[in-house]
Design a protein around this ligand. Structure first.
Ligand code: NAD
Ligand code: TYD
Length: 340
């Protein structure tokens, strides 16, 4: 069994590679990653010399390169994690999101058709459903909730989802899609809320909270997401969409205060800064389809997962400090410099 995992030098893709190599001793994993600002080869150092692992630096929009690789590897399964993923960056520069998230996905599917892959799995997001109002806690996203996007990021992910379903209907490509809620855990790039707050708190820097911090996200430990994708690619039905989420809704301000508490840092570090444009209020997933059909349930409670995550960032300072001192520094100044 050969699986091509795109975006495997990023947060969730790397965790998925570790999960798969450990769980399936006969599988070969080929990681394709362009190594953008968000991709970090050092994340993969524990597997890079594994004979069942191959790393290929490649842009998923590079049609010639993708077809050449698929010709060499003839993958059984392709799991597409590669994407531009940060909503704030998409607001400043949508075009790269359209290229990677839409054209890149189509390029991979064309190669799957050409070389007969038995499954193309698209890693999508709950953000394709837009948001839910705060005063309707009874509402959840199901797989039949209409797509209704808010940011160029979510618009590009929804476009890709539509294309994936179109390739299934038109060409019979055996596809599946998972739409997951916010992930947290080891190796998350410190531009996303949880690692950014941990890193800033450890450096006694201000903790930026957009607006009042009342927006709600449904947090899932990354390993639980990896287990869900593992189940879907093996047992999920072709042509189907599966929502993945752990019924773990938290307001941003409460997440930030919790991290302050875990690190013993004062809440006076919190700064309420200008809100994100088009900021989604609440995400909440109904995971009953994947639970009912595939028996998936989240295993890590938020209070355990967040402690484990904070410990990981404490023990792996070099990993994120290297990132903070690089290109990310310019981004941080541009994004937060004039926001207070
Ligand atoms: P990430 O930003 O940490 O990693 C993305 C990876 O993709 C990086 O390694 C980057 O180098 C690579 N990449 C970007 N453009 C590429 C291109 N053109 N060709 C090849 N590689 C390229 O992202 P993540 O948080 O790990 O997210 C992975 C996937 O999961 C994305 O598709 C995202 O939409 C989805 N998702 C993320 C979350 C979350 O909370 N992080 C939640 C739901 C869904
Ligand atoms: P983020 O981690 O960017 O994920 P997403 O926007 O995809 O949900 O943000 C999570 C929430 O935290 C979101 O409501 C925006 C908010 N946020 C802040 O309040 N401050 C920050 O510095 C960041 C990066 C996010």
């Amino acid at each position: 069994m050969t699986i091509i995992v795109t975006g495997g030098a990023g947060f969730i893709g790397s965790n998925f590679i570790f999960h798969m190599l450990k769980k399936y001793p006969s599988y070969r994993i080929v990681c394709v990653d362009k190594l953008t600002y968000a991709g970090n080869l050092s994340t993969l150092k524990g597997v890079i010399s594994n004979p069942r692992f191959r790393f290929v630096k490649l842009d998923i929009c590079d049609r010639e390169g993708v077809f050449k690789l698929f010709g060499e590897e003839k993958p059984d399964i392709v799991v597409n994690f590669a994407a531009e993923t940060h909503v704030d960056r998409s607001i400043y520069n949508p075009s790269v999101f359209l290229m990677t998230n839409i054209i890149g996905t189509a390029t991979l599917m064309d190669a799957c058709l050409e070389y007969g892959a038995k499954r193309f799995h698209q890693i999508s997001t709950d953000e394709v459903y837009g948001d839910l109002p705060l005063d309707r806690p009874d509402l959840f996203f199901t797989e039949s909730t209409p797509l209704h996007t808010s940011s160029p990021y979510s618009g590009s992910k929804a476009s890709a989802d539509l294309l994936v379903l179109a390739y299934h209907r038109t060409y019979g490509l055996p596809v599946s899609i998972s739409r997951c809620s916010n992930n947290y855990g080891p190796y998350q790039f410190p531009e996303k809320l949880i690692p950014l707050i941990i890193a800033n708190a450890l450096n006694d820097k201000p903790l930026p909270v957009y607006g009042e911090g009342l927006n709600v996200r449904d947090w899932l430990y990354v390993e639980d997401h990896c287990r869900a994708v593992d189940l879907i690619i093996h047992q999920g039905k072709p042509g189907e969409v599966y929502n993945v989420g752990g019924h773990n809704e938290m307001r941003n301000i409460d997440v930030v205060k919790l991290i302050c508490g875990l690190l013993g840092k004062p809440e006076s570090l919190i700064r309420h800064v200008a809100d994100r444009k088009g900021h989604d209020m609440r995400y909440a997933i109904d995971p009953s389809k994947i639970s009912g059909e595939l028996g998936w349930l989240p295993e890590t409670k938020f209070e355990d997962g967040i402690k484990r995550t904070v410990e990981w960032y404490l023990e792996n300072r070099e990993w994120w400090e290297t990132i903070i001192s690089g290109e990310y520094k310019n981004y941080y100044e541009k994004m937060y410099g004039n926001r207070e």
